[in-house]
Design a protein around this ligand. Structure first.
Ligand code: PLP
Length: 434
């Protein structure tokens, strides 16, 4: 039996009883939501793009983390997807949080997380945010240059500091060391200054780049961190924590974790705390996005004897597909509904080699706003149809804009394919709130 709770609220929760695979659960939620829209009479926005989030997937990723990286306490990188239910679930699961701004710190504190479970992991911070962190008792923060040390001395001399070192991030999707991280030939000077300023440096942090693919990057970074731990002893520091940052993706996680674990055991004795800042790993696969085809343009090609089509959707590069631009992703369209029929998770939902050719575009006026240059489907698609995209949880809605007046905040329907996640969140309790 299917119980649904939909309303005008920004988020809704779908409770499905009976045995369901995660795929079925997500598919049912997508279908139910689209079926609830009267496309002929609906209000503007009712047919907007929406997400289905399987919090059970976030839960499973956490269990997988604990199994594969038992020494490393995850501090979820909020920037990746500050979804309130994800934060709630992770708070219940006992993770820490990596925050990059005052707003993120505030959001996490409001979720009931204690300040010591937060690291303000931004090496170049805003003055007023540092003062805010000080008033809230959020002591852990990173630095990578001398100017930042003077800033912290002035604004928050009691902070617990992590020296962020530069890494070889050349194998990653999003390189971060171009912008942050102290070069290894500057760490000595930084430690000397921190010592002179009587600042409390407690450890080292690094980030091998978001979407990293070379496990060697972790080995080299762990070795460099060890060298800085040793250097610090010369200044009377006794570092107690290493922060191994992010760089984890679901498909390469097990191999990366194995390499990282053995490097940690080789270079860091068991009394050293290890923390990490995964973002993408936790949320990428948990969110599926559904988009409505708002318009179609026929491109006649008399030479080839077959027409192709441009499909325009109600979401694009300036919206939840910002990940194409900022995160170098290639989201793959699948057919959710064609006419009155639903195709989710069937062969017919998928692109095919031989079918009709489409290009897929977002709703703004800009020519850059393109989701797919060429994709083929066996069946003909038209305006009014729905497409869906999997793996849309990381760096998507958090970097959406309001360009051309389109909304930057879309409904999320939460489901849970894990009883454990549901029990922690008391998700049944959400229903009356809607
Ligand atoms: N920590 C810091 C300081 C970051 O800048 C980022 C991403 O930019 C993360 C963690 C999250 O890393 P990932 O995207 O690899 O999960």
């Amino acid at each position: 039996s299917l119980e649904t709770y939909f309303g005008n609220s920004k988020s809704s929760y779908l409770e499905i009883n009976g045995v369901n695979t995660p795929k079925q659960l997500i598919g049912n939620a997508l279908k139910k939501r689209v079926q609830n829209i009267d496309h002929d009479t609906c209000e503007p926005g009712d047919e907007d793009t929406f997400f289905v989030a399987d919090l059970g997937e976030v839960y499973r990723q956490h269990m997988r983390w604990k199994k594969n990286l038992p020494r490393v306490k995850p501090f979820y990188a909020v920037k990746c997807n500050p979804d309130p239910q994800v934060i709630r679930l992770l708070a219940e699961l006992g993770t820490g949080f990596d925050c990059a701004s005052k707003t993120e710190i505030e959001q996490v504190l409001k979720s009931g997380v204690e300040p010591h479970r937060i690291i303000y992991a931004q090496p170049c911070k805003t003055n007023s945010y540092v003062r805010y962190a000080a008033t809230q008792g959020v002591k852990q923060m990173t630095f990578d240059n001398t100017d930042e040390l003077y800033k912290i001395k002035k604004l928050f001399p009691g902070a617990e500091l992590f020296l962020r070192i530069s890494t070889d991030d050349s194998s990653s999707l999003c390189r971060l060391s171009l912008k942050f991280g102290a070069a290894m030939d500057t760490t000595n000077e930084l430690l000397a200054l921190a010592n002179e300023l009587e600042l409390n440096v407690v450890g080292v942090s690094f980030h091998v780049g978001s979407g990293a693919s070379d496990p060697m990057a972790f080995i080299r970074a762990v070795q460099d961190a060890r060298a800085v731990f040793n250097q610090a002893e010369n200044y009377g520091y006794s570092f107690h924590t290493l922060d191994v940052g992010g760089g984890f993706s679901s498909d390469t996680f097990d191999a990366m974790a194995a390499v990282l674990s053995s490097a940690l055991d080789e270079y860091f004795p068991s009394h050293i705390n290890i923390i990490g800042e995964p973002g993408r790993y936790y949320v990428a696969s948990a969110f599926t996005l559904a988009c409505h085809v708002i318009a179609r343009r026929t491109i006649q090609n008399t030479q080839r004897g077959e027409d192709s089509y441009m499909l325009y959707m109600n979401d694009g590069l300036y919206g939840n597909f910002s990940s194409i631009m900022f995160d170098h992703q290639n989201p793959v369209a699948q057919v959710l509904r064609r006419g009155d029929r639903f195709y989710y998770d069937t062969i017919a939902a998928q692109a095919s080699r031989d079918g009709t050719e489409y290009s897929i575009w977002g709703p703004t006026c800009d020519g850059i706003d393109r989701i797919a240059e060429s994709i083929r489907f066996d069946h003909s698609l038209d305006m009014g149809d729905w497409l869906y995209f999997e793996e849309m949880g990381a760096y998507t809605k958090c970097s959406a804009t309001r360009f051309n007046g389109f909304s930057d905040s879309h409904d999320v329907i939460y489901v849970s394919s894990e009883p454990g996640a549901k029990a922690l969140l008391g998700m049944n309790l959400l229903a009356p709130l809607i």
